[in-house]
Structure formats: structure tokens, C-alpha cells
Design a protein around this ligand. Structure first.
Ligand code: CDT
Length: 303
């Protein structure tokens, strides 16, 4: 077996008025707790440095630029990068990215993977952006990711790390099986993801319990169907009155949830993960080379 301690660092709310400096201090405190419990890797949430700002309507970039990071590490991230390197802990961090590419200013909902030695191992830009570009006119249900971000342009790679190959995705991506299958086909054996999920479905009035259920269902099926570990970190609780689910979890390749957060606050969970646990699944029922039938999967990529 190949054992390694992984941590998921759930965050309670980050309010509009909270400074990035104070928020990064919270991340560092959890990083230290994870390290004290023997963790080599920590997964933080999506858009971990700010409130979930796509719930608000802004028209002028001057109003929303403050939510984005420029450069990697950005000035706000530097204390986290330094603490992690000092402790020898790698991490996944979600943030809003502003970058000049091909002569234009571009904005993405991004995550970065940093190794235990402080080196940047890779970057992922969210592909499944939920919600709308234009406001729907109901402040309780605005979800304007399509307004503030472009669709990610880096695909679903997997990244070589000292602990094996990892894949990254972000929040709504976890509801799409294609996300995980693509990463698994590229050799990922650990999936890292952060999320911000409102307690009420933005699209349809659903019974409240389904929000938690669909989260668990997505994580557990992704793990089992790809024989991979899943590290899922929520930002949750009530951000200025807007409630989001918790339920951050570490899910084993068997599809079993090995640890789950119980609060809607900053909370660290750890599991000593056997990275070989999924090997028998990938050798048997989900041996892609022997049993997949891509010649019958045409519509998945053609429509
Ligand atoms: N951040 C994010 O992607 N949230 C979405 C809410 C949309 S509800 C279908 C999510 O999938 O959790």
C-alpha cells in the first residue's frame, strides 16, 4: 500500500467586508492543523480568498477587480505559499484569476496545485460555469459566474506529484461524470475539488435535503466509477445572509465517504489514504482498456 495523509480544509463564511489578509490567516491556521495531524496535502475551497461574489451584480470591472488575483502567487497568497513550503505541505487553492493572455484581459475561476516543496505543479480553470451572464432580477438567486468568468481553456489535465497523479476540478464540474472520466483517462488517482453551493437550487425549487444528497452522490460515484480518491472542500455557512451547504468530504475509491465535516465553519478533516486502494477497481470492473466502448460514446463529444 502507498499511504499518505490528505486533509480537506472546509471554510465557514467569508463576508464581503472580510479582508483577504484575514482570510488567508484562516487558511494558514488550518494548514498548520493539517500538518500537525501529519497531512502532506491540503485541499481548500473554490474562490477561497473572498466571499462568493458571483451572487452580486456589478457592471464595472472597477467594482469587481478587487475579488481577483493577479500573478501566482498573488500578493495576498504569498503568506500561504510561504507557510506551506516551510511545513512541506502541498495544497489546492481556488481563486478568481485575472490575467492578460493573447493581448486581452481574461478572467477565470481557477485552482492551483502547489507541491510540498512550494513549486507550482499545475493550474485548472473551471469549465462548467453554472448560472447566467445577465441578472435574473432576483437578488436571492443570482448566480452570475458566466458574467465574471470565461469557460476554462486548459481542459481536464492530470498532474504528476510526489504522491502520484492528481486531477483538479471546481464545484459545478463535480456534477458532470465527463469531468472525472477525462481526468482518470489521463491517469489521475486523486481528484481535488473546492465548492460553494447555495443551500437552495438556483434553477428550480427543490426539497432542501437534495442539495446535500446530490453533493454526496456526485462525489461517491466519481470516486467509485474511476477507482480514485476524492477530496472535496466547501466554503459554507451564511455569507452575509446567503447560505451554502457544507458536507466537505474525503471519499475512498470504493465510493465510501471516509471522513466528512460536521460543522459549517472552518474545519479540518484528515484521512490516511491508501493510494493503491483503487488499483483493484481499475484492474477489474473499471479496467478502461478492457471494458470501455468509446466507439459507442460518440454523442458525448459530438453534441
Ligand atoms: N459554485 C458553483 O459552481 N455552484 C453550483 C451552484 C449551481 S446549482 C446547480 C454548484 O453546482 O454547486
Amino acid at each position: 500500500s502507498r499511504k499518505e495523509v490528505f486533509a480537506v480544509a472546509q471554510m465557514g463564511p467569508v463576508h464581503l467586508a472580510d479582508s483577504k489578509q484575514a482570510t488567508v490567516a484562516r487558511l494558514i491556521e488550518m494548514l498548520r492543523e493539517a500538518h500537525a495531524r501529519g497531512a502532506r496535502w491540503v485541499t481548500f475551497p473554490e474562490l477561497a480568498l473572498t466571499t462568493f461574489f458571483p451572487r452580486y451584480v456589478y457592471d464595472d470591472p472597477a467594482e469587481y477587480d478587487r475579488f481577483y488575483e493577479e500573478g501566482l502567487p498573488s500578493p495576498a497568497m504569498i503568506p500561504l505559499f510561504e507557510a506551506a513550503k516551510e511545513l512541506g505541505v502541498g495544497f489546492y487553492l481556488g481563486y478568481a484569476e485575472k490575467v492578460v493572455e493573447e493581448g486581452a484581459t481574461r478572467r477565470f475561476n481557477t485552482s492551483v496545485l502547489v507541491g510540498p516543496d512550494g513549486k507550482i505543479l499545475g493550474k485548472y480553470r473551471k469549465i462548467h460555469l453554472p448560472g447566467t451572464k445577465d441578472p435574473i432580477g432576483d437578488p436571492e438567486f443570482e448566480h452570475l459566474e458566466k458574467r465574471y468568468f470565461e469557460v476554462g481553456n486548459l481542459g481536464f489535465p492530470s498532474f504528476a506529484t510526489p504522491s502520484g497523479r492528481f486531477g483538479m476540478c471546481i464545484c459545478n464540474d463535480r456534477r458532470w461524470p465527463e469531468t472525472f472520466r477525462t481526468m482518470a483517462l489521463r491517469g489521475a488517482e486523486v481528484f481535488l475539488l473546492g465548492y460553494n453551493t447555495p443551500t437552495r437550487n438556483i434553477h428550480h425549487p427543490e426539497p432542501a435535503h437534495l442539495r446535500e444528497f446530490h453533493n454526496r452522490l456526485s462525489l461517491e460515484s466519481a470516486a467509485y466509477q474511476n477507482g480514485a480518491w476524492v477530496m472535496a472542500a466547501a466554503k459554507c455557512g451564511s455569507e452575509d445572509g446567503f447560505a451554502m451547504i457544507g458536507g466537505s468530504a474525503i471519499v475512498a475509491p470504493t465510493g465510501e465517504t471516509a471522513a466528512m465535516c460536521m460543522s459549517e465553519e472552518d474545519e479540518v478533516i484528515t484521512v490516511n489514504c491508501d493510494l493503491d486502494l483503487g488499483a483493484y477497481i481499475r484492474r477489474s470492473v473499471f479496467d478502461f482498456a478492457r471494458h470501455r466502448r468509446p466507439e459507442h460514446y460518440g454523442p458525448i463529444t459530438q453534441q
